[in-house]
Design a protein around this ligand. Structure first.
Ligand SMILES: [Zn+2]
Length: 704
């Protein structure tokens, strides 16, 4: 098959690149793996593994031995490097057969893979290692392409595979990956000499070749053929998924509904652990959720283990009309609450029915995938990346169901098999090895004026402590720069950005909507945006006065108001932090507008704290003073004016201000960020209506 003939997969092999790696089978393996992983139609994120076998020198004996390099535990083919491989002595791995005690003891073999390691620096071997090890081929690909799984998960999968490939692809029925499945693959090959691959029931595909290229092209050809077969059948169907049951809302409306509903769903999903949300209205999702077959297919559950480990076996389908009026919070909650109740009960029942005496404790019973017909799909997980990837996996599952239904009928894994994977002790051990969550993980923060200065420092602190952050600023360029910087430091999943002018209620709505659409809700709001004007009473114009009060006081009020609306929908409490100023407490000349507005901000914070306590929403204040580094306030003449007033140079200001403090300290944006984190990091969770001065110590601003 030539490059142009592939329609359903991408042929990416570059002969020149491959030629430069000639003779280095491991490098060619990495190259091939990256090409395979780059096309999500070939395998899902983190799914599948590849291997090669080559002769190498034994470091102990100097003799030539056969070594297998195979993708190690974890990692993704698309980005895998040499370090992502495990290297094992082939003869040692195969000799484990001699001590193998049978399928009920196969988990103990995993430990023994470590005794077969050739390269001591290599990655931990994965559970799929014996699947590659017992096959004799030099290069092997094991992938989870939707097109192959659709056949593998259909009722007549075995028959279809046999007919479609003229007996050239073998079939091994579903079995949990492990030592025993490795032996089954070898048996299938022995009984069917000449096959070019093996389909694993409800799971995926094995294909191989004598060289890296031969394996690559074989893999592509097999998947192309599966995909072509599916497409023909899908086209011949009278209707996909039994035909369309309802119409989608238009794109704008879908986003509106999703943004309005997400915090309510997040509240339910976070009954045990705070979750982050993801929303998509991808065409493939809409086709499925709007279909007649949704009610039949969705409860059946996903098939490939990779899918349901990420998505839970089945999704929750909402009982709302696409147009549903979401303004009556209590009415909506009353409608949705029984759905969650039923979902959790079903999950607990599944656990209780399937559990073994040594099974790990039951995990969070809330749904991961939530389908809203006419609108789209929500997913909730411990962080944004996990939520996004869960959504991608459910789209894989939709593709599989669509294909399987077009050629035969879709079958899901038996519940007990699914349970045995989900609560597999080896899977549990993997979970236990995960790093502990950071203090702000699962929380969503909006910081106003975070394009620079104090705001940016606060956002950075929150992101580094695990929060998802919505950056906002009224200066587009500053905002874009800050976003780029955050994406680089914290990854694209953890950050969103929105232009925000705190005097404009519309842009405030946009910013809070950004938080709910990007992450599912809002937990931490920092009112930081501000300006300062220092003038005598005579010089103070009405315009100055309005500007100060609009930005500082009304801005704080409007952002708080909009955020509280979301927090109440979630019913998970929340934190409002107001960055005020020492000037709220200390009086001085030429500061009537700014100082009184700051005092209003302070008292407004206390009033809000008094009103919001019943919702577990805490409102606290940080009073910075004389933070110069990176601040917007200090540009535009203010610093110059102050320096002139004190008879010093601008660059002498920090030391001058430090000299006025009891501790003789220069105050940095990071100091303010740390104070904010102190409020929300967990240790001060029973404190509201409070003020922390971060000013190096100024007796005049001691709180009384
Ligand atoms: Zn697999």
């Amino acid at each position: 098959m030539s490059k142009q003939e592939f329609k359903h997969v991408s042929y990416l092999w570059d002969e020149n690149v491959a030629a430069s790696m000639k003779g280095d089978e491991v490098q060619l393996l990495v190259y091939r793996s990256n090409l395979l992983g780059a096309d999500l139609r070939l395998t899902n994120y983190g799914g599948g593994n590849t291997s090669c076998k080559a002769i190498a020198k034994d470091p102990l004996t100097g003799e030539e031995v056969e070594v297998m390099w195979v993708k190690g535990s974890g990692g993704d083919l698309g980005t895998m490097k040499r370090e992502g491989l495990a290297a094992l002595y082939v003869n040692r791995m195969r000799s484990l057969k001699n001590i193998y005690r049978g399928v009920e003891h196969e988990d103990e073999m995993v430990e023994l893979f470590n005794h077969c390691i050739y390269d001591l620096a290599s990655k931990t071997p994965s559970i799929d290692t014996p699947l590659h090890g017992f096959l004799p081929f030099k290069h092997i690909d094991h992938l989870h392409p939707d097109a192959a799984i659709a056949i593998a998960a259909s009722k007549d999968g075995e028959k279809i595979t046999k007919e479609l490939f003229d007996g050239k692809i073998g079939w091994v029925p579903w079995q949990r990956p492990g030592f025993d499945l490795g032996l089954k693959l070898k048996k299938c090959l022995d009984e069917n000499p000449g096959i070019v691959g093996i389909m694993l029931g409800s799971h995926g595909l094995f294909t191989w070749g004598d060289t890296a290229y031969e394996s690559y092209i074989n893999t592509l050809q097999v998947i192309e053929k599966c995909a072509e077969y599916l497409q023909q059948n899908i086209q011949q169907q009278p209707a996909v998924f039994g035909g369309q049951r309802i119409e989608s809302l238009d794109a704008e409306k879908r986003k509106e509904q999703a943004a309005a509903l997400a915090p309510i769903l997040r509240g339910f999903c976070s009954s045990q652990t705070k979750m982050i949300g993801h929303f998509t209205d991808d065409d493939r999702v809409l086709e499925f959720v709007n279909s007649n077959d949704l009610s039949r297919l969705s409860p059946m559950g996903t098939s490939c283990p990779d899918h349901f480990l990420r998505t839970k076996i089945s999704p929750l389908v909402l009982n709302l009309e696409p147009q549903q009026d979401l303004s009556d919070l209590n009415a909506i909650k009353e409608k949705i609450a029984p759905l969650f109740e039923a979902y959790r009960n079903t999950y607990t029942e599944y656990y209780n029915t399937c559990k073994h005496p040594n099974s790990p404790a039951v995990r969070d019973a809330n749904p991961v995938i939530i389908l809203y017909p006419g609108v789209g799909m929500f997913s909730f997980a411990k962080d944004k990346q996990t939520a996004r990837v869960a959504a991608e996996f459910y789209i894989n599952a939709i593709n599989v169901m669509k294909g399987a239904e077009a050629i035969s009928s879709y079958t899901s894994l038996p519940r007990q098999e699914a349970f045995n994977i989900e609560y597999w002790l080896l899977e549990e051990a993997k979970l236990q090895r995960m790093p502990k969550p950071k203090p702000l993980s699962g929380r969503i923060a909006l910081v106003t004026g975070s394009g620079g200065g104090i705001g940016k420092a606060i956002a950075k602190k929150f992101a580094s402590e695990g929060a998802c952050v919505v950056l906002s600023d009224n200066h587009a360029e500053r905002l874009a720069e800050a976003k780029a910087e955050f994406v680089k430091s914290f990854g694209k999943d953890a950050v969103a950005a929105c232009l925000l002018d705190v005097t404009d209620a519309n842009t405030i709505q946009q910013a809070t909507k950004e938080a709910t659409l990007s992450f599912g809700g809002l937990d931490l709001v920092v009112n930081n945006a501000g300006i300062s004007i220092s003038k005598t009473i005579e010089d103070h114009t009405e315009k100055d006065w309005d500007l100060l009060y609009d930005i500082l006081v009304k801005g704080q009020m409007l952002v708080t108001q909009s955020s509280v609306g979301i927090m109440r929908k979630q019913n998970m409490g929340g934190d409002i932090l107001n960055i005020v100023s020492k000037n709220a407490l200390v009086s001085g000349p030429n500061n009537a507008g700014y100082g009184s507005a700051k005092a209003a901000q302070l008292h407004l914070s206390r009033l809000n704290a008094a009103e919001l306590g019943k919702d577990k929403i805490r409102v606290n204040v940080v009073n910075p003073d004389a933070v110069i580094a990176g601040s917007n306030i200090w540009s535009g003449g203010w610093a110059e004016g102050r320096a002139k007033a004190y008879g010093i140079k601008i660059e002498e200001l920090p030391a001058y201000y430090a000299g006025r403090t009891l501790l003789n300290e220069i105050i940095l944006p990071e100091d303010i960020a740390n104070a904010c984190f102190a409020y929300v990091g967990g240790l001060l969770s029973k404190s509201t209506g409070n003020t922390i001065n971060v000013d190096g110590g100024i007796a005049g601003s001691f709180v009384r």
